[in-house]
Design a protein around this ligand. Structure first.
Ligand code: IPM
Ligand code: MG
Length: 356
C-alpha cells in the first residue's frame, strides 16, 4: 500500500523523536512492502518562526491532503510571550478543529517491565493498569466563547463551556465501540451535580448506551474520578469525558503508569484520517542532547498503522519490538533504574528497528 503521511516535526525534542519514528516506519515499509511518503507540515513554534502563524494554511492543507498526520510535540519557553493568537497551542487547537478530530484516545497502560516506575504502591497496582481515556476534543470550554471585559470597574473574564447533543452522541459512540473491543465497560465522567452541560452529557450518553447492550455503563463525578484513579485504577476500562476534564484526567492517568514517555495517543474524526502523537510535551530542557525517549512517538506510529491504515500486523511488529527492547533491559534516561542499560534517543530507535 502507498500512504501519504503529513509530518509535524515540532519543537524541543520533537525533531529528534520523530526522526526515530520515521526510521521505524521505513523499516516496516521495507519489511511489509509498503510505501510511505512524508510531507512536512510546520506547526507550532517552528511555524511561528517561519511564517508568523502557528498553523499556516499550507500546513493545514498538507494535513487535509494526507492519509494521516504524525505530530511530535509543540511549544517551548521561546514562544511564551507571544500574543494569544500566535501561541503554539493555538496551532494545535486549530489543527484539531480543522481536521474535525473530535475523539482523542489516550491509553494508560502499566508496562510489566516498568512496574517500579509507577508512583503508586504495589498493592494498588497489583491488578494492573490498562484503560483508555476517550476525551472529547473540539468542544466544551476550549472552543466556547472567551471574553475579558471591564465589569464594575474591574477585569472580568469568562469561558463558555457548552455541548450540543450531537457532539456528545458522536463521542459516546466512539467510547462504546472502543469498549466493545476491550473489557466492555464505559465510565462516563461529568459534573452533573453542578453543570448543565454535564446533565446533558449524562442524559445523552445514557441514551446512546441503549445501542450497546453488551457494554456496562457507569457514571462518575470528575472529582471522584480524580480520586479513584489513584485509589483503584484497575477498575477502569474506558473513561469517556468532555474536553477540559479529559485534559486533566489524562495527565493524571499517564502519571500513574510511570511511563509518560512511552504513551501514544490518537485523535480521530469521522473518516480514517487521524492525528497521532505521544502524550508528553516538547521537553525543551533536554532538546538536542540525544536524551529523549522516542518510544511514545514510535508507539504512536503503531497506533496510526492500526487505526488509520488498517495494518494490524505491522502495528504488532512495532509493539512487539518495543516490548522486547524493554524486556532486554534497555532504557532511556526517563525510565532508567538499577541494572538496566542506558541508551540515547538514536540508539533506542536503532535497537527497535533492528528488532522489527
Ligand atoms: C494536551 C495539551 C493541550 C490541550 C494544550 C497544549 C493546548 O495539554 O494535548 O493535552 O490542553 O489539549
Ligand atoms: Mg493536556
Amino acid at each position: 500500500m502507498t500512504k501519504r503521511i503529513a509530518i509535524i516535526r515540532g519543537d524541543g525534542i520533537g525533531p529528534e523523536i520523530i526522526a526515530q519514528a520515521l526510521a521505524v516506519l521505513d523499516k516496516v515499509a521495507e519489511k511489509f512492502g509498503h510505501t510511505f511518503n512524508y510531507t512536512e507540515a510546520p506547526m507550532g513554534g517552528e511555524a511561528i518562526d517561519l511564517f508568523n502563524d502557528p498553523l499556516p494554511k499550507s500546513s493545514l492543507d498538507t494535513c487535509l491532503n494526507s492519509d494521516s498526520v504524525l505530530l511530535s510535540a509543540v511549544g517551548g519557553p521561546k514562544w511564551d510571550n507571544v500574543s494569544k493568537e500566535l501561541r503554539p497551542e493555538r496551532g494545535l487547537l486549530r489543527l484539531r478543529a480543522g481536521l474535525g478530530l473530535y475523539a482523542n484516545l489516550r491509553p494508560a497502560r502499566l508496562f510489566d517491565e516498568l512496574r517500579d516506575a509507577s508512583p503508586l504502591k504495589s498493592s494498588i497496582i497489583d491488578n494492573g493498569i490498562d484503560f483508555v481515556v476517550v476525551r472529547e476534543l473540539i468542544g466544551g470550554a476550549y472552543f466556547g466563547e472567551h471574553t475579558t471585559e471591564k465589569r464594575d470597574g474591574e477585569d472580568y473574564a469568562q469561558d463558555i463551556m457548552g455541548y450540543s447533543e450531537h457532539e456528545i452522541e458522536r463521542i459516546a459512540h466512539v467510547a462504546f465501540q472502543t469498549a466493545q473491543k476491550r473489557q466492555k465497560k464505559v465510565c462516563s465522567v461529568d459534573k452533573a451535580n453542578v453543570l448543565d452541560s454535564s446533565k446533558l452529557w449524562r442524559k445523552v450518553v445514557t441514551r446512546v448506551a441503549e445501542n450497546y447492550p453488551d457494554v456496562i455503563l457507569s457514571h462518575m463525578y470528575v472529582d471522584n474520578c480524580a480520586m479513584q484513579l489513584v485509589r483503584s485504577p484497575s477498575q477502569f476500562d474506558v473513561i469517556v469525558t468532555e474536553n477540559l476534564f479529559g485534559d486533566i484526567l489524562s495527565d493524571e492517568a499517564s502519571m500513574i503508569t510511570g511511563s509518560i514517555g512511552m504513551i501514544p495517543s490518537s485523535s480521530l474524526g469521522d473518516g480514517t484520517r487521524g492525528l497521532y502523537e505521544p502524550i508528553h510535551g516538547s521537553a525543551p530542557d533536554i532538546a538536542g542532547q540525544d536524551k529523549a525517549n522516542p518510544i511514545g512517538m514510535i508507539l504512536s506510529t503503531a497506533m496510526m498503522l492500526r487505526y488509520s491504515f488498517d495494518m494490524p500486523k505491522e502495528a504488532d511488529a512495532i509493539e512487539l519490538a518495543v516490548d522486547k527492547f524493554l524486556k532486554e533491559g534497555f532504557r532511556t534516561g526517563d525510565a532508567m533504574s538499577e541494572g538496566k542499560t542506558l541508551l540515547g534517543c538514536c540508539d533506542t530507535g536503532r535497537a527497535i528497528c533492528a528488532k522489527i
